[in-house]
Design a protein around this ligand. Structure first.
Ligand code: NAD
Length: 521
Protein backbone atom coordinates (compact mmCIF):
# COMPACT_ATOMS: atom_id res chain seq x y z
CA UNK A 1 0.00 0.00 0.00
CA UNK A 2 2.89 2.36 0.56
CA UNK A 3 4.09 1.83 -2.95
CA UNK A 4 0.86 3.33 -4.25
CA UNK A 5 0.71 6.35 -2.01
CA UNK A 6 3.77 6.30 0.18
CA UNK A 7 3.98 9.74 1.70
CA UNK A 8 0.28 10.03 2.30
CA UNK A 9 0.19 6.66 4.02
CA UNK A 10 2.97 7.64 6.37
CA UNK A 11 1.34 10.90 7.28
CA UNK A 12 -1.70 9.35 8.88
CA UNK A 13 -1.92 9.71 12.65
CA UNK A 14 -2.24 5.92 12.85
CA UNK A 15 1.21 5.58 11.37
CA UNK A 16 2.79 7.90 13.90
CA UNK A 17 0.87 6.27 16.72
CA UNK A 18 2.49 3.00 15.70
CA UNK A 19 5.85 4.15 16.89
CA UNK A 20 4.95 6.97 19.20
CA UNK A 21 1.93 7.12 21.45
CA UNK A 22 0.23 10.41 20.69
CA UNK A 23 -1.45 10.74 24.08
CA UNK A 24 1.66 10.38 26.21
CA UNK A 25 4.25 11.36 23.59
CA UNK A 26 6.45 8.39 24.30
CA UNK A 27 8.62 6.44 21.90
CA UNK A 28 7.72 2.77 21.76
CA UNK A 29 9.80 -0.37 21.74
CA UNK A 30 9.66 -2.70 18.74
CA UNK A 31 9.77 -6.32 19.79
CA UNK A 32 8.74 -9.39 17.83
CA UNK A 33 7.01 -7.32 15.18
CA UNK A 34 4.98 -5.22 17.64
CA UNK A 35 5.32 -1.57 18.60
CA UNK A 36 4.78 -1.60 22.35
CA UNK A 37 4.72 0.82 25.25
CA UNK A 38 7.53 0.19 27.73
CA UNK A 39 6.64 -0.68 31.32
CA UNK A 40 9.70 1.09 32.62
CA UNK A 41 9.69 3.81 35.25
CA UNK A 42 12.83 5.39 33.78
CA UNK A 43 12.40 7.84 30.92
CA UNK A 44 14.74 10.13 29.00
CA UNK A 45 13.28 13.42 27.75
CA UNK A 46 14.08 14.06 24.10
CA UNK A 47 14.27 17.75 23.16
CA UNK A 48 14.02 19.43 19.78
CA UNK A 49 17.55 20.90 19.53
CA UNK A 50 16.19 24.05 17.82
CA UNK A 51 13.79 24.92 20.65
CA UNK A 52 14.64 22.64 23.57
CA UNK A 53 10.97 21.69 23.86
CA UNK A 54 10.34 18.09 24.91
CA UNK A 55 8.99 16.22 21.90
CA UNK A 56 8.94 12.69 23.19
CA UNK A 57 10.05 10.59 26.14
CA UNK A 58 12.32 7.65 25.42
CA UNK A 59 12.05 4.63 27.71
CA UNK A 60 14.98 2.87 29.31
CA UNK A 61 13.88 -0.67 28.53
CA UNK A 62 13.45 -3.03 31.48
CA UNK A 63 15.42 -6.29 31.84
CA UNK A 64 12.30 -8.23 30.80
CA UNK A 65 11.90 -6.12 27.67
CA UNK A 66 15.55 -6.49 26.71
CA UNK A 67 15.33 -10.24 27.22
CA UNK A 68 12.11 -10.39 25.21
CA UNK A 69 13.84 -8.65 22.29
CA UNK A 70 16.72 -11.13 22.27
CA UNK A 71 14.35 -14.08 22.70
CA UNK A 72 12.29 -12.87 19.72
CA UNK A 73 15.43 -12.49 17.62
CA UNK A 74 16.62 -15.94 18.67
CA UNK A 75 13.27 -17.52 17.76
CA UNK A 76 13.14 -15.73 14.42
CA UNK A 77 16.69 -16.80 13.55
CA UNK A 78 15.65 -20.42 13.03
CA UNK A 79 13.35 -19.72 10.10
CA UNK A 80 14.99 -16.52 8.82
CA UNK A 81 18.43 -18.11 8.45
CA UNK A 82 16.74 -20.89 6.50
CA UNK A 83 15.14 -18.58 3.92
CA UNK A 84 16.63 -18.51 0.45
CA UNK A 85 19.10 -15.84 -0.48
CA UNK A 86 16.73 -14.77 -3.26
CA UNK A 87 13.95 -14.25 -0.73
CA UNK A 88 16.14 -12.02 1.44
CA UNK A 89 17.35 -10.15 -1.62
CA UNK A 90 13.74 -9.58 -2.73
CA UNK A 91 12.88 -8.05 0.66
CA UNK A 92 15.87 -5.71 0.37
CA UNK A 93 14.70 -4.54 -3.05
CA UNK A 94 11.29 -3.68 -1.56
CA UNK A 95 12.86 -2.06 1.47
CA UNK A 96 15.06 0.15 -0.71
CA UNK A 97 12.02 1.38 -2.63
CA UNK A 98 9.99 2.05 0.51
CA UNK A 99 12.76 4.08 2.13
CA UNK A 100 13.12 6.11 -1.07
CA UNK A 101 9.38 6.70 -1.26
CA UNK A 102 9.29 7.90 2.34
CA UNK A 103 12.43 9.98 2.26
CA UNK A 104 10.61 13.20 3.13
CA UNK A 105 9.03 11.80 6.26
CA UNK A 106 12.27 10.24 7.42
CA UNK A 107 14.16 13.49 6.80
CA UNK A 108 11.54 15.51 8.69
CA UNK A 109 11.84 13.24 11.67
CA UNK A 110 15.63 13.56 11.62
CA UNK A 111 15.42 17.36 11.51
CA UNK A 112 12.93 17.38 14.37
CA UNK A 113 14.92 15.14 16.70
CA UNK A 114 18.52 15.70 15.57
CA UNK A 115 18.39 19.29 14.28
CA UNK A 116 20.25 19.04 10.96
CA UNK A 117 18.83 20.80 7.90
CA UNK A 118 16.26 18.98 5.79
CA UNK A 119 18.61 18.77 2.80
CA UNK A 120 21.30 17.29 5.02
CA UNK A 121 18.79 14.88 6.57
CA UNK A 122 17.90 13.65 3.08
CA UNK A 123 21.59 13.03 2.50
CA UNK A 124 21.64 11.00 5.72
CA UNK A 125 18.80 8.82 4.40
CA UNK A 126 20.32 8.53 0.92
CA UNK A 127 23.66 7.31 2.23
CA UNK A 128 21.69 4.68 4.17
CA UNK A 129 19.69 3.65 1.09
CA UNK A 130 22.98 3.03 -0.71
CA UNK A 131 23.82 0.40 1.90
CA UNK A 132 20.45 -1.28 1.36
CA UNK A 133 21.19 -1.24 -2.38
CA UNK A 134 24.51 -2.89 -1.65
CA UNK A 135 22.62 -5.57 0.31
CA UNK A 136 20.65 -6.33 -2.85
CA UNK A 137 23.85 -7.77 -4.33
CA UNK A 138 24.00 -10.43 -1.60
CA UNK A 139 23.74 -13.12 -4.27
CA UNK A 140 27.28 -12.24 -5.31
CA UNK A 141 28.61 -11.01 -1.98
CA UNK A 142 27.83 -14.21 -0.12
CA UNK A 143 29.54 -16.55 -2.54
CA UNK A 144 32.02 -18.94 -1.00
CA UNK A 145 35.15 -20.41 -2.53
CA UNK A 146 35.64 -23.79 -4.13
CA UNK A 147 38.47 -25.92 -5.36
CA UNK A 148 38.09 -29.32 -6.91
CA UNK A 149 40.74 -32.03 -6.65
CA UNK A 150 42.64 -30.57 -3.70
CA UNK A 151 43.80 -34.19 -3.35
CA UNK A 152 42.93 -37.32 -5.24
CA UNK A 153 39.10 -37.48 -5.48
CA UNK A 154 38.83 -34.73 -2.91
CA UNK A 155 37.19 -31.27 -3.16
CA UNK A 156 37.08 -28.36 -0.70
CA UNK A 157 34.54 -25.55 -0.56
CA UNK A 158 33.41 -22.86 1.85
CA UNK A 159 29.95 -21.61 2.78
CA UNK A 160 29.17 -18.36 4.57
CA UNK A 161 26.72 -18.91 7.42
CA UNK A 162 25.05 -16.25 9.56
CA UNK A 163 26.12 -15.87 13.19
CA UNK A 164 22.74 -15.73 14.94
CA UNK A 165 21.45 -12.73 16.92
CA UNK A 166 23.52 -9.59 16.29
CA UNK A 167 23.18 -6.18 17.95
CA UNK A 168 23.91 -2.56 17.08
CA UNK A 169 24.45 0.57 19.18
CA UNK A 170 24.28 3.84 17.25
CA UNK A 171 25.20 7.52 17.77
CA UNK A 172 22.96 10.57 17.41
CA UNK A 173 24.56 12.18 14.39
CA UNK A 174 23.29 9.97 11.52
CA UNK A 175 19.92 8.58 12.66
CA UNK A 176 19.24 6.92 9.27
CA UNK A 177 22.60 6.10 7.74
CA UNK A 178 24.24 4.39 10.71
CA UNK A 179 21.38 2.04 11.70
CA UNK A 180 21.25 1.19 7.97
CA UNK A 181 24.99 0.36 8.03
CA UNK A 182 24.03 -2.33 10.52
CA UNK A 183 20.75 -4.26 10.49
CA UNK A 184 20.21 -4.64 6.70
CA UNK A 185 23.75 -6.00 6.27
CA UNK A 186 23.22 -8.42 9.15
CA UNK A 187 19.75 -9.48 8.01
CA UNK A 188 20.56 -10.09 4.40
CA UNK A 189 23.25 -12.54 5.55
CA UNK A 190 20.55 -14.43 7.51
CA UNK A 191 21.08 -12.97 11.01
CA UNK A 192 18.45 -11.41 13.24
CA UNK A 193 18.92 -8.13 15.06
CA UNK A 194 18.52 -6.10 18.22
CA UNK A 195 19.13 -2.38 17.66
CA UNK A 196 19.67 0.23 20.34
CA UNK A 197 19.49 3.58 18.59
CA UNK A 198 20.78 6.76 20.18
CA UNK A 199 18.45 7.79 22.99
CA UNK A 200 18.68 11.33 21.61
CA UNK A 201 16.99 10.59 18.27
CA UNK A 202 15.48 7.09 17.99
CA UNK A 203 12.44 8.16 15.89
CA UNK A 204 14.08 7.52 12.54
CA UNK A 205 14.94 3.93 13.55
CA UNK A 206 11.29 3.41 14.50
CA UNK A 207 10.16 4.63 11.08
CA UNK A 208 12.72 2.36 9.45
CA UNK A 209 11.32 -0.56 11.45
CA UNK A 210 7.80 0.27 10.29
CA UNK A 211 8.98 0.37 6.68
CA UNK A 212 10.81 -2.92 7.24
CA UNK A 213 7.56 -4.55 8.29
CA UNK A 214 5.92 -3.24 5.14
CA UNK A 215 8.79 -4.63 3.08
CA UNK A 216 8.22 -8.07 4.59
CA UNK A 217 10.65 -8.37 7.51
CA UNK A 218 9.18 -11.28 9.50
CA UNK A 219 8.38 -10.72 13.17
CA UNK A 220 11.44 -10.80 15.43
CA UNK A 221 13.99 -10.39 12.66
CA UNK A 222 14.64 -6.76 13.73
CA UNK A 223 13.87 -5.57 17.26
CA UNK A 224 14.47 -2.13 18.78
CA UNK A 225 15.09 -1.43 22.44
CA UNK A 226 15.84 1.97 23.91
CA UNK A 227 17.91 3.28 26.75
CA UNK A 228 21.44 4.15 27.69
CA UNK A 229 24.13 2.40 29.73
CA UNK A 230 21.99 -0.46 31.09
CA UNK A 231 20.92 -1.55 27.61
CA UNK A 232 24.49 -1.27 26.39
CA UNK A 233 25.73 -3.46 29.24
CA UNK A 234 22.97 -5.97 28.59
CA UNK A 235 23.96 -6.19 24.90
CA UNK A 236 27.65 -6.64 25.77
CA UNK A 237 26.91 -9.42 28.26
CA UNK A 238 23.99 -11.41 26.81
CA UNK A 239 25.28 -14.84 25.73
CA UNK A 240 22.73 -15.15 22.91
CA UNK A 241 24.12 -12.08 21.13
CA UNK A 242 26.98 -13.14 18.87
CA UNK A 243 28.22 -9.85 17.41
CA UNK A 244 28.05 -6.16 18.33
CA UNK A 245 28.41 -3.21 15.98
CA UNK A 246 29.08 0.13 17.61
CA UNK A 247 29.44 3.66 16.26
CA UNK A 248 30.00 6.61 18.59
CA UNK A 249 32.54 8.20 20.88
CA UNK A 250 35.81 6.68 22.09
CA UNK A 251 34.68 6.69 25.67
CA UNK A 252 31.76 4.39 24.89
CA UNK A 253 33.38 2.49 22.00
CA UNK A 254 36.48 1.33 23.84
CA UNK A 255 34.38 0.26 26.81
CA UNK A 256 31.94 -1.66 24.60
CA UNK A 257 34.74 -3.27 22.59
CA UNK A 258 36.39 -4.55 25.78
CA UNK A 259 33.23 -5.67 27.54
CA UNK A 260 31.60 -7.41 24.57
CA UNK A 261 34.87 -9.06 23.45
CA UNK A 262 35.27 -10.55 26.91
CA UNK A 263 32.11 -12.57 26.37
CA UNK A 264 33.47 -13.93 23.08
CA UNK A 265 31.50 -11.69 20.72
CA UNK A 266 32.72 -10.24 17.49
CA UNK A 267 32.88 -6.46 17.83
CA UNK A 268 33.38 -3.68 15.30
CA UNK A 269 33.70 -0.25 16.89
CA UNK A 270 33.86 2.96 14.86
CA UNK A 271 34.79 5.89 17.07
CA UNK A 272 35.86 9.52 17.20
CA UNK A 273 37.92 11.58 14.82
CA UNK A 274 40.02 14.64 14.20
CA UNK A 275 40.10 14.87 10.42
CA UNK A 276 42.82 17.02 8.87
CA UNK A 277 42.42 18.81 5.55
CA UNK A 278 45.78 19.62 3.91
CA UNK A 279 45.75 22.67 1.62
CA UNK A 280 48.61 22.87 -0.85
CA UNK A 281 49.45 26.21 -2.48
CA UNK A 282 48.68 24.76 -5.94
CA UNK A 283 45.10 23.78 -4.99
CA UNK A 284 42.18 25.17 -7.02
CA UNK A 285 41.42 28.01 -4.62
CA UNK A 286 37.70 28.68 -5.08
CA UNK A 287 36.65 25.06 -5.07
CA UNK A 288 38.93 24.20 -2.16
CA UNK A 289 37.58 26.97 0.04
CA UNK A 290 33.97 26.05 -0.72
CA UNK A 291 34.66 22.40 0.03
CA UNK A 292 36.39 23.30 3.28
CA UNK A 293 33.57 25.49 4.52
CA UNK A 294 30.99 22.82 3.75
CA UNK A 295 32.99 20.01 5.35
CA UNK A 296 33.86 21.98 8.48
CA UNK A 297 30.48 23.53 9.26
CA UNK A 298 27.87 21.34 7.52
CA UNK A 299 25.67 19.45 10.01
CA UNK A 300 27.01 21.94 12.59
CA UNK A 301 30.29 20.01 12.51
CA UNK A 302 28.58 16.95 14.00
CA UNK A 303 29.93 14.47 11.46
CA UNK A 304 32.60 11.92 12.23
CA UNK A 305 34.10 12.84 8.86
CA UNK A 306 33.84 16.64 9.30
CA UNK A 307 37.07 18.39 8.33
CA UNK A 308 37.55 19.96 11.72
CA UNK A 309 41.25 20.75 11.33
CA UNK A 310 42.97 22.42 8.41
CA UNK A 311 46.69 22.55 7.76
CA UNK A 312 47.62 25.34 5.34
CA UNK A 313 50.93 24.51 3.66
CA UNK A 314 53.27 27.35 2.61
CA UNK A 315 51.64 30.35 0.91
CA UNK A 316 48.18 28.79 0.97
CA UNK A 317 47.83 30.48 4.38
CA UNK A 318 47.06 33.69 2.45
CA UNK A 319 43.60 32.19 1.86
CA UNK A 320 42.62 32.12 5.52
CA UNK A 321 40.89 35.52 5.28
CA UNK A 322 38.82 34.29 2.28
CA UNK A 323 37.85 31.26 4.30
CA UNK A 324 36.59 33.52 7.04
CA UNK A 325 34.48 35.57 4.61
CA UNK A 326 32.78 32.47 3.26
CA UNK A 327 32.22 30.96 6.68
CA UNK A 328 30.51 34.01 8.12
CA UNK A 329 28.02 34.04 5.25
CA UNK A 330 26.56 30.68 6.30
CA UNK A 331 23.00 30.90 7.59
CA UNK A 332 22.42 29.44 11.05
CA UNK A 333 18.78 28.54 11.62
CA UNK A 334 16.41 25.76 12.63
CA UNK A 335 16.91 22.85 10.25
CA UNK A 336 13.41 23.06 8.78
CA UNK A 337 13.75 26.74 7.86
CA UNK A 338 14.38 27.56 4.19
CA UNK A 339 17.92 28.67 3.50
CA UNK A 340 19.42 27.21 6.68
CA UNK A 341 23.01 26.06 6.14
CA UNK A 342 23.51 24.68 9.60
CA UNK A 343 21.16 23.87 12.41
CA UNK A 344 21.64 23.61 16.16
CA UNK A 345 23.93 21.30 18.09
CA UNK A 346 22.33 18.28 19.67
CA UNK A 347 22.15 19.40 23.32
CA UNK A 348 22.95 22.45 25.47
CA UNK A 349 25.74 20.34 27.05
CA UNK A 350 27.30 19.65 23.63
CA UNK A 351 27.24 23.38 22.87
CA UNK A 352 28.73 24.27 26.27
CA UNK A 353 31.52 21.77 25.77
CA UNK A 354 32.36 23.20 22.32
CA UNK A 355 32.37 26.75 23.77
CA UNK A 356 34.65 25.63 26.59
CA UNK A 357 37.11 24.11 24.10
CA UNK A 358 37.04 27.30 22.00
CA UNK A 359 37.87 29.32 25.12
CA UNK A 360 40.63 26.90 26.09
CA UNK A 361 42.22 27.52 22.68
CA UNK A 362 42.10 31.29 23.24
CA UNK A 363 43.55 30.87 26.74
CA UNK A 364 46.37 28.72 25.37
CA UNK A 365 47.39 31.29 22.74
CA UNK A 366 45.23 30.60 19.66
CA UNK A 367 43.55 33.56 17.89
CA UNK A 368 39.83 33.60 17.32
CA UNK A 369 39.28 34.69 13.74
CA UNK A 370 35.54 34.08 13.74
CA UNK A 371 33.52 33.75 16.93
CA UNK A 372 30.08 32.17 16.67
CA UNK A 373 29.39 31.80 20.37
CA UNK A 374 26.97 34.72 20.69
CA UNK A 375 24.77 33.87 17.73
CA UNK A 376 21.06 34.63 18.17
CA UNK A 377 18.55 32.88 15.96
CA UNK A 378 15.31 34.82 15.71
CA UNK A 379 12.34 32.77 16.85
CA UNK A 380 14.63 30.02 18.21
CA UNK A 381 16.25 31.81 21.13
CA UNK A 382 16.33 28.62 23.23
CA UNK A 383 18.04 26.46 20.61
CA UNK A 384 21.56 25.05 20.92
CA UNK A 385 23.01 27.21 18.18
CA UNK A 386 26.69 27.85 17.66
CA UNK A 387 27.68 29.74 14.52
CA UNK A 388 30.83 28.91 12.53
CA UNK A 389 33.91 29.59 14.62
CA UNK A 390 37.53 29.60 13.43
CA UNK A 391 40.64 29.38 15.59
CA UNK A 392 44.00 30.18 13.99
CA UNK A 393 47.59 29.83 15.26
CA UNK A 394 46.65 26.53 16.86
CA UNK A 395 49.45 24.16 17.85
CA UNK A 396 49.18 20.39 18.46
CA UNK A 397 49.73 20.71 22.21
CA UNK A 398 46.50 22.73 22.73
CA UNK A 399 43.42 21.09 24.22
CA UNK A 400 41.23 22.37 21.35
CA UNK A 401 43.46 20.41 18.97
CA UNK A 402 43.69 17.24 21.02
CA UNK A 403 39.95 16.90 21.76
CA UNK A 404 37.29 16.10 19.19
CA UNK A 405 35.07 19.23 19.45
CA UNK A 406 32.19 17.84 17.33
CA UNK A 407 30.72 21.25 16.62
CA UNK A 408 31.01 24.00 13.97
CA UNK A 409 34.54 24.91 14.98
CA UNK A 410 37.45 24.91 12.54
CA UNK A 411 40.97 24.66 13.90
CA UNK A 412 43.73 26.08 11.69
CA UNK A 413 47.38 25.05 11.76
CA UNK A 414 50.16 26.05 9.38
CA UNK A 415 53.04 23.98 7.99
CA UNK A 416 56.03 24.85 5.81
CA UNK A 417 56.04 21.67 3.74
CA UNK A 418 53.88 18.71 2.80
CA UNK A 419 56.15 16.50 4.90
CA UNK A 420 55.42 18.67 7.94
CA UNK A 421 51.66 18.48 7.27
CA UNK A 422 51.83 14.68 6.95
CA UNK A 423 53.85 14.48 10.16
CA UNK A 424 51.26 16.58 12.05
CA UNK A 425 48.40 14.42 10.77
CA UNK A 426 50.15 11.13 11.46
CA UNK A 427 51.06 12.23 15.00
CA UNK A 428 47.39 12.74 15.84
CA UNK A 429 45.99 9.57 17.44
CA UNK A 430 42.86 9.42 15.26
CA UNK A 431 42.81 7.79 11.82
CA UNK A 432 39.26 8.30 10.57
CA UNK A 433 39.46 10.63 7.58
CA UNK A 434 41.67 13.16 5.85
CA UNK A 435 41.76 15.07 2.57
CA UNK A 436 44.39 16.83 0.50
CA UNK A 437 43.66 19.64 -1.92
CA UNK A 438 46.18 19.95 -4.76
CA UNK A 439 46.47 20.03 -8.55
CA UNK A 440 49.54 17.83 -8.50
CA UNK A 441 49.25 14.09 -9.05
CA UNK A 442 52.69 13.52 -7.59
CA UNK A 443 51.84 15.37 -4.38
CA UNK A 444 48.53 13.52 -4.10
CA UNK A 445 50.21 10.18 -4.62
CA UNK A 446 52.86 10.85 -1.99
CA UNK A 447 50.14 11.90 0.42
CA UNK A 448 48.02 8.80 -0.19
CA UNK A 449 51.03 6.56 0.39
CA UNK A 450 52.42 8.25 3.46
CA UNK A 451 49.33 9.32 5.38
CA UNK A 452 48.36 6.97 8.20
CA UNK A 453 44.58 7.48 8.02
CA UNK A 454 41.96 5.01 6.82
CA UNK A 455 39.66 7.10 4.60
CA UNK A 456 41.56 9.49 2.31
CA UNK A 457 40.19 12.16 -0.03
CA UNK A 458 42.07 13.78 -2.90
CA UNK A 459 40.14 16.98 -3.63
CA UNK A 460 37.21 15.23 -1.89
CA UNK A 461 36.57 16.74 1.54
CA UNK A 462 34.41 14.02 3.12
CA UNK A 463 35.59 10.74 1.62
CA UNK A 464 32.97 8.44 3.17
CA UNK A 465 33.35 5.35 0.94
CA UNK A 466 30.32 4.09 -0.98
CA UNK A 467 29.06 0.74 0.31
CA UNK A 468 30.74 -1.44 -2.34
CA UNK A 469 33.87 -0.48 -0.35
CA UNK A 470 34.13 -0.47 3.44
CA UNK A 471 34.44 2.44 5.88
CA UNK A 472 38.05 1.93 6.88
CA UNK A 473 38.88 4.20 9.81
CA UNK A 474 42.07 3.22 11.65
CA UNK A 475 44.12 3.81 14.81
CA UNK A 476 42.12 5.46 17.63
CA UNK A 477 39.07 5.76 15.36
CA UNK A 478 38.46 2.01 15.14
CA UNK A 479 38.70 -1.17 17.12
CA UNK A 480 38.03 -4.58 15.64
CA UNK A 481 39.13 -6.47 12.56
CA UNK A 482 36.32 -6.15 10.08
CA UNK A 483 34.93 -2.80 9.04
CA UNK A 484 31.39 -1.65 8.32
CA UNK A 485 29.66 -2.52 5.03
CA UNK A 486 31.33 -3.58 1.78
CA UNK A 487 32.94 -7.02 1.67
CA UNK A 488 34.19 -6.59 5.22
CA UNK A 489 30.64 -6.00 6.44
CA UNK A 490 29.59 -9.35 4.95
CA UNK A 491 32.60 -11.02 6.57
CA UNK A 492 31.70 -9.48 9.92
CA UNK A 493 28.18 -10.86 9.83
CA UNK A 494 29.05 -14.35 8.57
CA UNK A 495 31.21 -17.25 9.59
CA UNK A 496 32.86 -19.66 7.22
CA UNK A 497 32.36 -23.36 7.12
CA UNK A 498 34.96 -25.19 5.08
CA UNK A 499 33.96 -28.59 3.80
CA UNK A 500 36.44 -31.15 2.56
CA UNK A 501 34.82 -34.10 0.82
CA UNK A 502 36.09 -37.32 -0.63
CA UNK A 503 34.06 -39.25 -3.21
CA UNK A 504 35.73 -42.26 -4.66
CA UNK A 505 34.13 -44.98 -6.66
CA UNK A 506 36.06 -47.65 -4.81
CA UNK A 507 37.37 -47.27 -1.30
CA UNK A 508 41.13 -47.67 -1.00
CA UNK A 509 42.01 -50.65 1.10
CA UNK A 510 44.36 -49.86 3.98
CA UNK A 511 45.95 -52.68 5.89
CA UNK A 512 45.85 -50.61 9.12
CA UNK A 513 44.60 -47.29 10.52
CA UNK A 514 46.59 -44.25 9.35
CA UNK A 515 47.49 -42.31 12.51
CA UNK A 516 49.87 -39.72 11.12
CA UNK A 517 48.46 -36.34 10.00
CA UNK A 518 46.69 -36.75 6.63
CA UNK A 519 48.55 -34.62 4.07
CA UNK A 520 46.10 -35.21 1.24
CA UNK A 521 48.58 -35.56 -1.58
P1 NAD B 1 28.12 8.41 22.21
O1 NAD B 1 29.30 7.53 22.38
O2 NAD B 1 27.81 9.38 23.28
O3 NAD B 1 26.81 7.51 22.02
C1 NAD B 1 26.79 6.43 21.10
C2 NAD B 1 25.98 5.29 21.71
O4 NAD B 1 26.65 4.78 22.86
C3 NAD B 1 24.60 5.72 22.15
O5 NAD B 1 23.67 4.76 21.73
C4 NAD B 1 24.72 5.81 23.66
O6 NAD B 1 23.54 5.43 24.32
C5 NAD B 1 25.83 4.86 24.02
N1 NAD B 1 26.70 5.37 25.10
C6 NAD B 1 27.10 6.63 25.30
N2 NAD B 1 27.94 6.72 26.34
C7 NAD B 1 28.08 5.47 26.82
C8 NAD B 1 28.84 4.91 27.87
N3 NAD B 1 29.62 5.65 28.65
N4 NAD B 1 28.75 3.58 28.07
C9 NAD B 1 27.98 2.82 27.29
N5 NAD B 1 27.24 3.31 26.28
C10 NAD B 1 27.28 4.61 26.02
O7 NAD B 1 28.30 9.15 20.82
P2 NAD B 1 27.39 10.30 20.21
O8 NAD B 1 27.62 11.55 20.96
O9 NAD B 1 26.00 9.81 20.02
O10 NAD B 1 28.03 10.43 18.75
C11 NAD B 1 29.12 11.24 18.46
C12 NAD B 1 30.41 10.45 18.39
O11 NAD B 1 30.29 9.40 17.44
C13 NAD B 1 31.60 11.28 17.91
O12 NAD B 1 32.73 10.94 18.66
C14 NAD B 1 31.78 10.85 16.46
O13 NAD B 1 33.07 11.03 15.95
C15 NAD B 1 31.41 9.42 16.56
N6 NAD B 1 31.02 8.87 15.27
C16 NAD B 1 31.90 8.05 14.64
C17 NAD B 1 31.59 7.54 13.39
C18 NAD B 1 32.55 6.65 12.69
O14 NAD B 1 32.13 5.97 11.75
N7 NAD B 1 33.82 6.62 13.07
C19 NAD B 1 30.37 7.87 12.79
C20 NAD B 1 29.48 8.71 13.48
C21 NAD B 1 29.82 9.20 14.73
Amino acid sequence: KYLQSPVKALRTPAFYAAYRSTSTATTKLFIDGKFMESETDKWIDLHNPATNEVITRVPEATQDEMQAAVAAAKRAFKSWSDTSVLHRQGIMFKYQQLIKDNMNELAKNITLEQGKTLADAEGDVLRGIQVVEHCCSITSLNLGETMSSVAKDMDTFTYRYPLGVCAGITPFNFPAMIPLWMFPMAMVCGNTYVLKPSERDPGCSMLLAQLGQDAGFPDGVVNIIHGAHDVVNFICDDPDIKAVSFVGSNQAGEYIYDRASKTGKRVQSNMGAKNHGIIMPDAAKENTLNQLVGAAFGAAGQRCMALSTVVFVGESKEWIKDLKERSEKLVVNAGDQPGADLGPMITPAAKERACRLIQSGVNEGASILLDGRDVQVKGYENGNFLAPTILTNVTPDMECYKEEIFGPVLIILEADTLDDAIQITNSNPYGNGTAIFTQSGAIARKFVNEIDVGNVGVNVPIPVPLPMFSFTGTRASFRGDMHFYGKQGIQFYTQLKTVTQLWREEDVKHSKAAVSMPVMR
